[in-house]
Design a protein around this ligand. Sequence first.
Ligand code: IMP
Ligand code: MG
Length: 180
Amino acid sequence: MQIQVNEKIMVSKTLFSEQQIKDRIKELAQKINQNFGSQEPLVVLIVLNGAFIFAADLVRYLVMPTEIETICLKSYEGTNSSGVVKLLTPLSENLEGKNILIVEDIVETGRSIDFLLSQLKAKKAKKVEVCALLNKPESHEIPMQIDYSGFDIGKNFVIGYGLDLDGRYRNLPYIAELMS
Ligand code: IMP
Ligand code: MG
């Protein structure tokens, strides 16, 4: 597929198919089910907008009682991280003593997750873990632990399955990478 980025036309190539994504999500859910168990409630904190499709698929494989919360973060303009993370919606007031699973689409520099974890500290949760469908280890600028990571990928920009380029392409059922 050809994608227009500013004045440039770029080519995208499928990186993970629908089936590959589905299989990996089942494995991630299995690990989450094992680690948190089936009894205690889990707050699933979905980072919008990018993680909405991933989270919708993931939560259907979770076995514990879940509470779904969302948070809207913004850090991107086009294909470049702006470096400044903004919280566009407030965090829930009701997180004290709870198990929380942050669900992200992708970790690049690590700034978004680091920012969210620091905001969550004040909420006195019992345990906070991070689940990201994609991870760009070579792009991390802040050392961090991702407890459940779907796929490690290189530095290329990716779109689809929730991930956007200036708001578009989130509806692609697969993940594609932009080739430079
Ligand atoms: P970080 O704060 O640099 O880790 O960036 C995380 C956020 O940037 C993610 O939640 C995405 O919204 C966005 N992002 C990073 N890399 C990509 C990409 O390749 N495609 C689409 N969005 C991306
Ligand atoms: Mg995101």
